[in-house]
Design a protein around this ligand. Structure first.
Ligand code: AMP
Length: 307
């Protein structure tokens, strides 16, 4: 059984009402890889960084069970850089800077040992690169999950739609679902997006939880009310990492198991936001994750008779 993750590995500069960071390590694949590694190892990574990316951070990924055989290092180029500022509600943010750098002409090479992957997580990066990864796999994985963002809807909508038509699960936030579908109602948006090809749609709603749609059913998982939210960056990717990691661990792609995967993804995301960047994801334990999952179960348990 194997899990392949592709996505950005980045430097991020983040501003929240609680503080500001200089360039710290981030990127969709970094968050996904760390999060998924708590459920399934190895996490086979396909990504690219520049010569400015610290070896110690690559070592950290390896230490967590991320296989970096597919991580290209472009010595003379710069790592992808993203900067964002959160509003006071911490639920919405503005992108201040996106410098694609090495991502601009990224050619995702799949090491032979990554072939026959069963689970593929296409983290946020150019939809063309995401599609190339699918096309370069000799056998179609059992489940392809894709995450994307408004940036790609604005500059590469046609490419994005082509890639969306090839995946099983699309994971985006509520604002992006509205932008992609042109519908305000998330139910109508889901119908339109499912008609584009995916069998499942996950709509992330930040502190308001996440929805899972297929053509017949809908499932809602809340987010855990937290005392301290320092930095929501990477929460969506951490969620996706927990989701695909749990599916790879349990090897079950039924709707019922996807519901469990959503709860595990939400538990991971609830940890991610407690500290800046990836910090909180570096030293979790299976017990701590299980405790959070239990918190979710208790949060939604109705013990009052409803009739
Ligand atoms: P999230 O908060 O889950 O939406 O993810 C934030 C992460 O996405 C940051 O670590 C960024 O480095 C990364 N990111 C932001 N914009 C892009 C982009 N256009 N392509 C790929 N990754 C991006």
């Amino acid at each position: 059984m194997s899990l392949l993750v592709v996505g950005s590995v980045a430097f991020d500069a983040i501003e929240t009402p609680f503080g500001k960071t200089d360039k710290i390590v981030g990127g969709a694949a970094t968050y996904i890889g760390l999060s998924a590694s708590y459920f399934h190892k190895p996490v086979n990574l396909v990504a690219v960084v520049g010569g400015d990316f610290p070896q110690k951070d690559i070592d950290l990924l390896i230490h967590h069970g991320v296989n970096t055989a597919g991580l290209q290092i472009k010595k003379d180029e710069k790592t992808f850089f993203w900067s964002g500022r959160y509003h006071n509600d911490m639920n919405s943010r503005d992108t201040l800077v996106t410098e694609l750098n090495v991502l601009g002409d990224f050619d995702p090479i799949i090491p032979e040992a990554y072939q026959n992957t069963e689970y593929l997580m296409l983290g946020n990066l150019s939809p063309q690169v995401q599609r190339t990864v699918i096309e370069r796999l000799k056998n179609r994985p059992k489940l392809i999950v894709m995450d994307t963002m408004n940036f790609w809807m604005e500059i590469a909508l046609d490419e994005l739609k082509k890639t969306i038509s090839m995946v099983d699960v699309l994971s985006i936030n509520d604002e992006e679902a509205r932008q992609l579908s042109g519908e305000y109602s998330l139910v109508k948006a889901a119908k339109k997006i499912l008609a584009m090809g995916p069998k499942y749609l996950i709509v992330k709603k930040g502190e308001h939880g996440a929805l899972l749609f297929n053509n017949e059913q809908v499932f809602f998982a809340p987010a855990l009310p937290l005392e301290d939210v320092f930095d929501p960056t990477g929460a969506g990717d951490t969620f996706a990492g927990g989701f695909i990691g749990y599916i790879a661990q349990t090897r079950d792609i039924s709707f019922a198991n996807m519901k469990r995967a959503i709860i595990h993804g939400s538990a991971m995301a609830s940890y991610c936001v407690e500290k800046f960047g990836t910090e909180r994801l570096l030293n979790l334990t299976p017990d701590a994750i299980e405790d959070r999952v239990q918190d979710f179960v208790e949060l939604v348990q109705f013990e009052i008779p409803l009739k």
